[in-house]
Design a protein around this ligand. Structure first.
Ligand SMILES: Nc1ncnc2c1ncn2[C@@H]1O[C@H](COP(=O)(O)OP(=O)(O)OP(=O)(O)O)[C@@H](O)[C@H]1O
Length: 259
């Protein structure tokens, strides 16, 4: 069953940043969400995980539970000053089975170490996260997603600022998720990368410009249209007169409150 957006509008103080978007994410496939800065891409991901309510329309999560959705926010929104080891961060991927406040089993620790190995960080478990480079930390967060073992994985600009080797290694993890028929939805800016690795694309600039096979969506005309919408949507988007009042949540908040 696909995750479906039904006339979804997400707004900040009634200014819509995702505006009447409808469509389905192909299950078991890689979908890129692309569009210019401020197009509402991150807001859409937050809405999918229940961190932002819909102000109109709804999201049908097709019966998915919180544990079925893995979410990797943008690096800039993560605080690394907390005194945690790499092993602590990766074992947090077990939160749905261990609970937040129960101890972590030896098996969970070993599983975390195996996933660190997969992302090229064997032996990193005892290191403090604030000692890592940005690329190493992104590998740690991918290891945490591997531990979570979710059916649906949402990635917000997962390769931004990473070097070619780290990007290739993490793209290989994503390709493996595709082979395992997991649904991956990733906000991306590199069109070449999208064309090469992501069969499905949602192109948006507040509204949906195109959604479907990547080659059919990323046409020069569509890209021109998306970029041309830039001045009309940022914080000055007109208040939507079709929408109801803000904060009328029509999607359950599956992982709201997760740290
Ligand atoms: N907490 C907030 N309060 C008010 N406005 C916000 C908030 N978060 C985002 N916005 C605005 O919503 C719009 C969409 O932001 P969003 O981060 O979803 O865009 P994006 O497509 O992910 O952009 P980028 O490619 O730059 O990351 C922007 O105009 C942004 O300023």
């Amino acid at each position: 069953m696909p995750i479906r957006l039904e006339n979804l509008t997400v707004a900040y103080r009634r200014h819509p940043v995702v505006h009447h978007v409808s469509g389905s994410f192909v299950p078991g496939e890689l979908t890129a969400i692309v569009g210019p800065n401020g197009a509402g891409k991150s807001s859409l991901l937050k809405s999918l995980v229940g961190l932002l309510p819909a102000s109109d329309g709804r999201i049908d999560l097709a019966g998915l539970r919180p544990r079925d959705i893995g979410y990797l926010p943008q690096q800039s929104s993560l605080d690394r000053s907390f005194p945690l080891t790499v092993g602590d961060v990766v074992t947090l991927g077990h939160w749905h089975s261990s609970g937040w406040f129960r101890g972590v089993s030896r098996e969970a620790r070993l599983a975390a170490e195996r996933k660190l190995d997969v992302v090229g960080l064997a032996g990193f478990a005892p290191r403090n996260v604030d000692e890592l480079s940005m690329g190493q930390f992104q590998r740690v967060l991918f290891a945490r997603l591997l531990v979570q073992d979710a059916r649906v994985i949402l990635l917000d600009e997962p390769f931004t600022s990473l070097d070619a080797k780290t990007t290739d290694d993490l793209l290989a993890v994503v390709q493996n998720w595709r082979r395992e028929q997991r649904t991956v939805i990733a906000v991306l800016h590199d069109m070449e990368q999208v064309r090469r690795h992501f069969p499905q694309t949602l192109l948006m600039a507040r509204e949906c410009i195109g959604w479907g096979d990547t080659a059919a969506v990323l046409t020069p005309a569509n890209l021109l249209r998306a970029n041309g919408m830039t001045p009309t949507w940022t914080g000055h988007a007109p208040i939507c007169d079709i929408d109801g009042p803000d904060a009328v949540a029509t999607v359950s908040s599956p992982i709201a409150g997760r740290p």
